[in-house]
Design a protein around this ligand. Structure first.
Ligand code: DGT
Ligand code: CA
Ligand code: CA
Ligand code: ZN
Length: 576
């Protein structure tokens, strides 16, 4: 009897349904496969166990005699002959085409039958020749959408997952594996551990009792979120989760755990630089340790590995080969900023514009986080979609802020604005009101596609306004959605230095803007950095944690970030 998980049966049935659809078979039979895979996917009991217990599968909703027989075949032989015969009839490249957004099995089938399209190349040619829009049920819109999907370079918004979206699965996986008998330790490595904004795949390292590797791997591939198993062995396995995140696991020996954790944390560039350093010292480094000839001189902990090479311990966020090895050699590594250092948040919205919580709710939530001060910074009028404020509205809201501030103990609420930077570099509200505010952030929200020279000058001109204190989300990037603006960011940071304007590091997990490499550049130049959440709800104030991670990747210390200071000191530093 094979050890077949429900997910594997689901996967097989879905593939069968897709292939039958491409072949143009009976829609009722196709639907039966899809329905059965839904039922099996929702079950908590393993179908394989039912087969094993010789129970009648037709008791299950949507499973008739034929499907019950197919399930039994999968469970007993590990495969399905019907699927194999379908696969022989239909080119595998058609399944690839179905992964293109807007192309389901029906459309792929039509293109296959009518135009003989089987590969990506065929599809490209047909789109270029405008043959797709001529097909029944397609139209020009679909053709354009397909064109967009296939002409986008693969790398651009590839299949990387936002760190924040990967986090729940990653932590649940860790907890799940830790609960399994025989497992000694579980660590999340790779770009996830380095705190990278987006991750390509998740890397898990496990140590376990000798001889129990297979048990651990069985547990790994039967985690409830697993959708597909790519590879399964006793040292290494890989799966795809339902949310499209790929997860690699490796079981490593305890004696070389530190070396393995170091190796699989990366980055690759950091590892290569470490290896070069080791060679200079006549050592060899790999995932099993640091070696002098065949003698292991380090490997049990990461700290040992660094120490053997004459280096201080390097935090994972710094391991990008951006100078950290040189700094670790000479004891010049920065004392990185930590969540506990934050004393206030200077960018947030309330229900007055597009936030979800009231002014007092935001203040209470910030107080509960231990902050001493916040700035409430609504949008200005130009951002009409978000109900932006004009001068009169703002004056009224400033009075309201004063009122709430007087009522609430233990936190100071500052009067702020996130004023829109206009097309010509002017600001969306007059100086007469800006001068009466505590905190003025200037942000670009419109015309983000100007050419570089024009965009750069627009922003620098905005900084000429003496009341603008902070440049909000400087690049305008939205991870996986929108590229950064075409700007000369180094020139903008130099101008900020000269004009004494601070740069925001916006902590929203899809912004993280200023990006980490520019955080380092700005801080090295002595430009002040404000780490803020831009929260639109009380819950969202917690995203400060994501900003801290990006700040650490940017080598920032407590001193580099102005809102780690007392209210008085912070206000002094933001004065123009
Ligand atoms: P990702 O998944 O694209 O966000 O980035 P990483 O850094 O997690 O990369 P991944 O998953 O390909 O590999 C995990 C770690 O394994 C990587 O950070 C460093 C190490 N590694 C992988 N391939 C190589 C290699 O060819 N040479 C060296 N030195 N290290 C490697
Ligand atoms: Ca990875
Ligand atoms: Ca990987
Ligand atoms: Zn904002």
């Amino acid at each position: 009897m094979m050890d077949v998980h429900n997910n594997e049966i689901v996967e097989i049935f879905l593939t069968v349904a897709d292939l039958m659809e491409i072949k143009g078979e009976n829609p009722f039979r196709i639907r039966a496969y899809r329905e059965a895979s839904r039922v099996i996917g929702d079950m908590s009991e393993q179908v394989a166990q039912m087969v094993h217990d010789d129970r009648d599968l037709t008791e299950l909703k949507g499973i008739g005699k034929d499907l019950a027989e197919k399930i039994r075949e999968i469970v007993t032989t590990g495969q399905l002959e019907f699927l194999e015969s379908l696969e022989k009839e239909i080119p595998a490249s058609l399944l690839e085409l179905m992964k293109i957004p807007d192309l389901g099995p029906k459309k792929v089938a039509a293109m296959y039958r009518e135009l003989g399209i089987t590969t990506m190349e065929d599809l490209k040619k047909a789109v270029e020749a405008k043959k797709i829009s001529a097909l029944k049920g397609f139209g020009e819109k679909t053709e354009q959408k397909i064109f967009k999907s296939i002409s986008r370079p693969k790398k651009e918004f590839g299949r990387r997952t936002l760190l924040i979206d990967a986090e729940p699965s990653a932590l649940a996986y860790k907890k799940y594996l830790e609960s399994k008998p025989g497992v000694k330790s579980v660590n999340l490595a790779g770009s996830f551990r380095r705190g990278k904004e987006t991750i390509g795949d998740l890397d898990i390292l496990v140590t376990c009792d000798t001889g129990r590797e297979k048990e651990v791997m069985d547990a790994f591939v039967t985690f409830e979120e697993v959708n597909r198993i790519y590879a399964k062995g006793n040292k290494k396995s890989a799966v795809l989760l339902r949310n499209d995140l790929q997860v690699d696991i490796r079981i490593v020996p305890e004696s070389s755990y530190g070396a393995a954790l170091h190796y699989f944390t990366g980055s690759k560039a950091h590892n290569l630089a470490i290896r070069r350093l080791a060679v200079q010292k006549k050592y060899k480094v790999n995932e099993y340790g640091v070696f002098d000839g065949s003698r292991q001189v380090a490997g049990k902990t990461e700290r040992d590995v660094y120490e053997a090479l004459g280096l201080h311990y390097i935090e994972p966020e710094l391991r990008e080969n951006m100078g950290e090895i040189e700094a670790a050699k000479s004891g010049r590594l920065p004392a990185l900023i930590e969540p506990g250092h934050m004393r206030g948040d200077l960018h947030m919205h309330t229900t007055r514009t597009d936030g979800r919580n009231s002014l007092s709710e935001m203040a209470e939530a910030a107080k509960a986080l231990g902050y001493e001060y916040i700035a409430v910074t609504e949008h200005s009028r130009k951002v009409a979609m978000a109900n932006g404020l004009d001068e009169k509205d703002l004056r009224e809201y400033m009075a309201r802020i004063e009122q709430v501030n007087a009522q609430i103990e233990g936190i100071e609420i500052l009067k702020g604005i996130e004023v829109d930077i206009l097309q010509d570099g002017g600001l969306d509200l007059p100086d007469s009101v800006l001068k009466d505010l505590d905190i003025v952030i200037g942000s670009v929200h419109y015309q983000q596609r100007f050419p570089m020279k024009q965009q750069t000058e627009r922003i620098i001109r905005a900084m000429d306004n003496p009341y603008l204190q902070i440049l909000g989300h400087p690049t305008g990037r939205l991870l996986n959605k929108r590229d950064p603006m075409d700007i000369d960011l180094e020139r903008i940071i130099e101008a900020a230095k000269e004009k004494k304007v601070a740069m925001e590091l916006n902590a929203q997990p899809d912004r993280l803007d200023l990006p980490h490499n520019y955080c380092k550049f700005a801080a090295d130049m002595g430009v002040t950095i404000v780490l803020s959440t831009d929260a639109h709800s009380t819950e969202n104030l917690r995203r400060m944690a994501n900003g801290i991670t990006e700040a650490r990747r940017g080598w920032l210390t407590k001193e580099d970030v102005v809102n780690t200071r007392s209210l008085g000191e912070m206000r002094e530093m933001l004065k123009r």
